[in-house]
Design a protein around this ligand. Structure first.
Ligand SMILES: Cc1cc2nc3c(=O)[nH]c(=O)nc-3n(C[C@H](O)[C@H](O)[C@H](O)COP(=O)(O)OP(=O)(O)OC[C@H]3O[C@@H](n4cnc5c(N)ncnc54)[C@H](O)[C@@H]3O)c2cc1C
Length: 615
């Protein structure tokens, strides 16, 4: 029997991230993944990043993770989303070449000598004294820690119209359900579901009818060691089309044939990524929705029509798609479908994503009820790093929700039994003016440093932080004097009036001022230059400094209280309602913050804990 330190079951986005980070601790790591499924493959939209998710990719990158590297090396279109909104909610999104993304993931993993990849289906996991024995269809393995990242495969069932077949995703067999794999693990009673649109032959569309979106040359790469606007492969455009009355009319006429509306699918789908059927029935007055026409790769002959995910019968899919302007002659290469799958009860997981009752067993990714590649990768990193740290007897790594989206996600996940798929967006963070893409290195530095790892990225980050500090201090100690020449310069630059001497940071905070351009111009005037990443992060931090400081003060008591460690056993022994007692017993919260996030916990219980349990 082959022995490993850490075995990761599943080579999706969560699995490769868990393997990549845990291998940095010089441990012997194994990825076990289904035969004929590429590593980090994209069964849905081949795009990485987006609102709230771009921030996660940068956090992963700043922590030494892999996703940003793979995304940059496979990106065929770059964009900044929310560019017209505040800097805090702007996010990077790249369209990737789907095949290249997987090929690059395989190559990055293959280059790590202490990671082995075995493509065999796992059929059972058993816990023993010092670890877990894992049985695949062909071999047996022993591992000291185990990370399960099986995505949508557990008991997976695919639906297109009345057809339904077992499978993890199109063209892939399903995995045994959690009950068969490891019966000691609790899954949710309700299964989850997700769906995907038909893939269309790229030459069957009339692009002259769409609005073109070119790749933005200014959008910065995700990986901090890559030059900001370096491009690794040829760039392609995406396009925008729209559904119309006829499109939605056909869908509405076929309600009884839709597996999600005729009762065939019982699983709960992602609220924030609705199918076209959901859009048709939830919003009966709306007929026009965006359809993003996105290439699946440089050589792929398919496009992904983002926004029309469906599990309607095949002939209905073709009929409604052909009503869209530019899609009149479209040919379907792969039909849309929905998949239902088992989900682990994340209220049984600790803040390291470890199953509380089975130490050494971790869960990450879609199997935890999340939706999205970035959410999966973020959890993979947390589970992988903590599996490694616990094996080495080191302090766990838990990201605070006050300074990271990954921290927000993990705390949200473990604090409740999920009743619908979870996805990240900026409104989930109470601190979103601070938790931005541009300052990910600043935010993640303390966590990465605590891991005690040292490689090229750590040196680069230290240089970034040193340069940032120099620039910050320079701005804080610079003034602009109200000389006649400066007054004229202010008027001409659109900086507003200069009636008296002004601190440079005050200038940057002025509402009419673009912080990045202004800081750049002022530094140029003084003959000093800084790297564009440092300049950008510093300018935006200065712009929001007042708000961030105020919110730190306002939230200080909440955070101070939230961080308090609580003993859930003492709480349930106290004078609280039975409902609260049951919910607390189920989740076993370890901090006040986690307690606050449990659905149904009454203010009286929180007051009791704050007054009696917390010292
Ligand atoms: C049809 C469909 C539609 C989707 N739609 C969207 C969407 O609209 N938006 C969105 O953000 N996300 C969508 N997703 C989700 C996205 O694909 C996932 O969030 C992401 O891939 C999750 O990553 P993961 O690593 O958790 O799991 P996956 O990427 O699914 O990887 C799971 C891995 O586990 C392996 N595995 C499973 N069981 C076993 C076993 N028994 N033995 C060995 N290996 C095993 C598989 O081989 C695979 O490598 C969709 C997924 C599907 C399938």
């Amino acid at each position: 029997m082959q022995e490993y330190d850490i075995a990761i079951i599943g080579g999706g986005h969560a699995g490769v991230e868990a393997a990549w980070i845990s291998a940095q601790f010089d441990l012997k790591v194994l990825i076990l993944s289904m035969p004929n499924v590429g590593l980090a493959s994209a069964p849905c939209n081949p795009a990485i990043g987006g609102v709230g998710k771009g921030q996660v990719v940068r956090e992963i990158d700043a922590l030494g993770g892999l996703m940003g590297k793979i995304a940059d090396s496979s990106a065929i279109q770059y964009r900044i989303l929310n560019e017209s909104k505040g800097y805090a909610v702007q996010s990077t999104r790249v369209q990737v070449d789907k095949d290249l993304y997987t090929a690059n993931a395989e190559a990055f993993i293959a280059a790590v000598p202490n990671i082995s990849v075995v493509k065999e289906k796992v059929v059972s996991i058993n816990d023993g004294v010092n670890g877990f024995s894992i049985q695949t269809e062909k071999s047996a393995f022993f591992t000291r820690k185990c990370v399960v990242t099986t995505g949508t495969f557990l008991n997976g069932k695919l639906h297109t119209g009345s057809e339904s077949n077992a499978g993890g995703r199109v063209g892939c067999q399903m995995s045994p359900g959690m009950n068969e794999l490891f019966s000691k693990v609790s899954t949710l009673e309700t299964r989850f579901k997700t769906g995907t649109p038909a893939r269309l032959n790229k030459d069957s569309l009339d692009y002259s009818k769409f609005v073109e979106q070119k790749s933005d040359p200014k959008t910065k790469n995700f990986h901090s060691l890559n030059l900001a606007s370096e491009r690794f492969v040829e760039q392609r455009s995406c396009y925008i089309a729209h559904t119309n009355e006829n499109t939605l009319g056909i869908i509405r006429e076929n309600k009884e044939r839709s597996p999600i509306y005729n009762g065939q699918i019982k699983g709960v789908g992602p609220r924030y990524c609705p199918s076209i059927e959901d859009k048709a029935f939830r919003y009966p007055d709306r007929n026009s929705h965006h359809v993003f026409v996105e290439p699946e790769g440089l050589t792929a002959n398919t496009i992904y029509p983002n926004g029309v995910s469906t599990s309607l019968p095949k002939e209905v899919q073709l009929e409604f798609l052909r009503t869209i302007e530019g899609f009149e002659a479209c040919e379907i290469e792969v039909y849309g479908y929905a998949v239902e799958y088992d989900v682990v009860d994340t209220s049984k997981l600790s803040d390291c994503l470890e199953y509380i009752d089975i130490p050494g067993l971790f869960f990450a990714g879609q199997v935890n009820g999340t939706s999205g590649y970035e959410e999966a990768a973020g959890q993979g990193l947390i589970a992988g790093v903590n599996a490694a740290l616990s094996l080495l007897g080191k302090e766990k790594m838990v990201l605070d929700r006050a300074d990271s989206y990954i921290g927000v996600m993990v705390e949200d996940l473990i604090s409740n039994k999920r009743d619908e798929p979870y996805r990240l967006f900026t409104a989930r963070s109470e601190n979103r003016l601070y938790v931005r893409e541009d300052n990910s290195v600043n935010r993640m530095a303390k966590y990465r440093l605590a891991l005690g790892l040292s490689c090229e990225i750590d040196i680069h980050h230290q240089e970034f932080l040193d340069e940032y500090e120099i620039l910050w201090n320079l701005v804080k100690s610079s003034s602009i004097y109200a000389t006649p020449a400066n007054k004229k310069y202010f008027a001409e630059s659109g900086y507003g009036e200069l009636s008296k001497n002004l601190a440079m940071d005050e200038l940057i905070r002025r509402s009419q001022v673009n912080p990045v351009e202004t800081l750049e111009r002022e530094l140029l005037k003084r003959g000093v230059s800084f790297s564009s990443e440092v300049l950008y992060a510093c300018a935006i931090s200065l712009k929001y400094e007042g708000y961030i400081n105020r919110s730190i003060v306002e939230n200080e008591r909440i955070y101070r209280l939230g961080k308090k460690v609580i003993n859930w056993k003492s709480i349930i022994a106290g004078n609280i309602s039975n409902e609260c007692r049951q919910r607390i017993e189920e989740v076993k919260p370890t901090t006040f913050s986690q307690l606050q996030r449990i659905d149904g916990i009454r203010p009286a219980t929180l007051a009791f804990v704050a007054g009696n349990i917390i010292q």
